[in-house]
Design a protein around this ligand. Sequence first.
Ligand SMILES: O=P(O)(O)OC[C@H]1O[C@H](O[C@H]2O[C@H](CO)[C@@H](O)[C@H](O)[C@H]2O)[C@H](O)[C@@H](O)[C@@H]1O
Length: 261
Amino acid sequence: MMLAERQPATEVLAPPPVALDPPPVALDTVSLFFDFDGTLVDLAATPDAVVVDQRLRDALDSLAERYPGRVAIISGRSIEQLDSMLGDHARRFAVAGSHGAERRTPEDGHVAAERPASLEAAAEEFAAFAAANGLVYEAKSLGAGLHYRMAPAFEPDAVALAETLADRHGLTLQRGKMMVELRTPGDKGAALRSLIDAPTMAGTTPYFFGDDVTDEDGFEAARDLGGAGVLIGDARPTAATYRLNDVAALRDWIAAILETR
Ligand SMILES: O=P(O)(O)OC[C@H]1O[C@H](O[C@H]2O[C@H](CO)[C@@H](O)[C@H](O)[C@H]2O)[C@H](O)[C@@H](O)[C@@H]1O
């Protein structure tokens, strides 16, 4: 369990990072925000192949009990997708899905942006491109994903198609890990700023854990609010202050804070 301090985002990162152990969070005043793919669960070959194991379910339940109202998930997945993978475990937390374009909290229930009509035409083109080239099309509540992890050589064509469709249909283009997405506007920083307004999070210091470029807004928001971002994965330019090597390291970190009295 190592929490590694990072250099400012604009500088080239120089190893080795400074190890901080135990984690520098004041556990009685902290709020924890977790990204999903690549953070709570390891990346898999396709969106549906992700494994939510018992250790994660137990950890989420324990976090919900230990930090009631002070833990949230902020994901690029739709809330519908998170529910299907996490079941009742997702309902124990505030959740922001679709890169912040939808939220579910005990106070406000499910609040979502409208699905733009133009998404249908764009989604059809993504699906046709995926079918023709052996890629994976992912239908989402407020977006459409095109995955090329199984055929990375298609990245330039997939991105070019996404750029054309985003321009034509007025959709937001979101790059991701081996994927490109067309979606409604929203960002994880705004989601964090909204979720932390909940009465249960009042006065807390936010820590945002994430791995992907879409998590950078969350890192910045956490830092601006006096907390910090924690990058999961290899060192890279980032707004995160700390870094953990991988999903396993985060799981260990969570286990450690749950053991702390
Ligand atoms: O914000 P997140 O919770 O991290 O979601 C980001 C995207 O994650 C998923 O795609 C990624 O994970 C897949 C499963 O491991 C992997 O196959 C893919 O290559 C990754 O990009 C998800 O499918 C997307 O909808 C999310 O936007």
